[in-house]
Design a protein around this ligand. Structure first.
Ligand SMILES: O=C(O)[C@H](O)[C@@H](O)[C@H](O)[C@H](O)CO
Ligand SMILES: [Zn+2]
Length: 299
């Protein structure tokens, strides 16, 4: 039996921490704080934090083949230069929707950067409905749109054989799957593989483990859950000492640790007193399962 340990490794007070990504080359965790417009990089060896502040909400970050990063900033896919703190737009979406911004994003196994949009929130999960769409930025910088009518575009990942794309529109309270064509980047045959239970609250960020099972961070649920996408069954629940858990990824040595982001926005003063680590970065060890490395953007 493995014994699970949960530890707040960085008390960062993120307003809305999101998009954790492990960078093996520097033993660092990348993540964003969306409303604070920040991309952060925490060196797990030196415990030092670096950050770049941009001029619009930054909702996801990813590695870039050949160095540097890409990020979704406002409604733009951007290339991020860590040295000079610059963000250069590679493509723009939703230009007719002034109140929209990107939300979660991740790179597919062929190096395309997938990310979806949403209307800006008035309060957490309070927003104009059906304004979002799902897009991907191809390595040649052209953008393809998959569908619209999304409420809060969130967690995404691909099966280990690259034949299935998993996706979460938070307000559907469902984890969905599509058939995936890695050659073309096309998706088809949408179906639900898991409906969240009431106490699990709102599905947010997601990642896959080396056994092909899905881990979903439950916003307002204070937990990550492990799902078997084949049977539609929940296999495990890991509770955290903060309620607004937003996303998760594997990292550390051999991807044997899980990192979880969370939010402070939307918590009342009493909640913040009870959960002083809200907005921090959590590390879970002893899960007994590993993750896989993140794919870098190929453009
Ligand atoms: O990070 C996100 O995905 C959204 O931008 C957040 O605002 C919350 O997670 C959402 O409100 C919960 O559904
Ligand atoms: Zn999210």
């Amino acid at each position: 039996m493995s014994s699970i340990k949960i530890e707040c490794v960085l008390r960062e007070n993120c307003r809305c921490g999101e998009s954790p990504v492990w960078e093996e080359a520097s033993s660092s965790l990348l993540f964003v704080d969306i409303p604070a417009k920040k991309v952060c990089r925490w060196d797990s060896l030196s415990k030092r934090m670096q950050q770049v502040t941009l001029d619009a909400p930054v909702s996801s970050v990813a590695l870039r083949q050949g160095g540097g990063y890409v990020a979704t900033v406002g409604t733009k896919f951007c290339a991020l230069n860590w040295e000079d703190h610059s963000a250069v737009a590679l493509a723009s979406v939703d230009e007719d929707k002034r109140n929209n911004r990107f939300n979660d994003g991740k790179v597919d196994p062929a190096g395309r950067y997938f990310a979806g949009t949403m209307a800006e929130e008035i309060a957490p999960a309070v927003l104009e409905r059906h304004q979002g769409s799902l897009y991907s930025l191809f390595p040649d910088h052209h953008v393809e749109k998959y569908f619209d009518q999304v409420d809060i575009s969130n967690g995404l990942d691909w099966s280990l054989d690259h034949k299935i794309f998993y996706y979460i529109d938070s307000l559907s309270y469902s984890v969905d799957a599509f058939d995936y064509d890695l050659q073309t980047g096309k998706i088809s045959n949408r179906r639900s593989i898991y409906k969240l239970e009431k106490e699990e609250q709102i599905p947010d960020g997601m990642c896959i483990d080396a056994e092909g099972k899905l881990w979903v961070a439950c916003y307002n649920g204070g937990r990550v859950i492990r799902l078997d996408p084949e049977t539609g069954k929940r296999l495990q629940t890991v509770k955290l000492p903060v309620v607004k858990t937003t996303s998760c990824c594997f990292g550390g040595k051999d991807y044997s640790e899980m990192y979880v982001t969370c939010a402070r926005d939307g918590m009342d003063p009493e909640g913040l007193l009870q959960q002083p680590e809200a907005g921090g970065i959590f590390k879970i060890t002893g899960l007994g399962v590993k993750g896989i490395p993140p794919y870098p953007y190929a453009g």
